[in-house]
Ligand binder design. Sequence first.
Ligand SMILES: NC(=O)c1ccc[n+]([C@@H]2O[C@H](COP(=O)([O-])OP(=O)(O)OC[C@H]3O[C@@H](n4cnc5c(N)ncnc54)[C@H](OP(=O)(O)O)[C@@H]3O)[C@@H](O)[C@H]2O)c1
Length: 256
Amino acid sequence: MSDLNKNDVKACYFANKNIVITGVTSGIGLSITHLLLKQGAIVYGIARNQDKLNDIKTKYPDNFIPVEADLSDDSGWDDVANKLSDSIDTVILNAGTCEYMENGLVDVDLIKRVFDINFFANISAAKLFLNENKWSVKQYCVVSSSAHFFAMPRGEAYGASKAALSYFYESLQLSHPDIAFSIVHPGFVETPLTDKNDFDMPFKITSDKAADIIVKGLMKKKKQINFPWLFMFILKTLGKLPSSLRYKLGKGMVEK
Ligand SMILES: NC(=O)c1ccc[n+]([C@@H]2O[C@H](COP(=O)([O-])OP(=O)(O)OC[C@H]3O[C@@H](n4cnc5c(N)ncnc54)[C@H](OP(=O)(O)O)[C@@H]3O)[C@@H](O)[C@H]2O)c1
């Protein structure tokens, strides 16, 4: 019988694993990075802000490999690929942005900006890591959003990018049964992304709490990591209402 107790097993799940995480310089990605580095993981952390990447490197000189890249660029992942070790155990695609469309005025440039990082950067990642699986990835996590469970005013670009992302990976994982996929649908989390919001954010939690839930979900290899549960229950229930009622509710939010 193993000498390890349950807490030891939890503490060493990510130890010495090579993990790629995108969007490590703030919010949820930064909190996940801290948790995994504390567990002894070797983290390849990707973001654009070199100073913030260096701050993490100063704290964890041995286990953190900063990778500066703009994943919205077509060449973003090519630059990253050259800096990775030969084998990657886990990929966590977290980088993202949110921009709102105002008054239903369709802004194609805005929608493209949002899709470039929230959707297409994560599709390029799938091409890199999953076609032929030359890195032998065993676990793969995508941070989507609860936003796509119920259409909110101004959320056209953001919600559509996340709905597309969730659908893409729910479908793609069917062709990769040997890899443990987790799709994450957070509610509101306190980060620089939501600091810009000018409306009430019910059930908002801290990024550390969100990271804790995500990391525990990954350790259990959960297919979907949705939180907070009460917000998720309400959103999913609203999403199942007849379309006429959903329309009335959504329209009420516009008129508020
Ligand atoms: N906060 C919430 O309430 C909430 C809810 C649901 C889902 N989410 C999702 O959770 C993820 C993290 O969000 P967050 O709230 O933690 O946001 P955040 O604090 O704004 O962090 C976003 C991260 O993504 C990186 N990033 C953005 N654009 C990039 C690009 N073009 N190339 C490389 N890295 C880029 C940023 O780093 P640099 O600026 O240094 O590049 C930053 O590290 C996002 O996918 C978001 O949609 C958040």
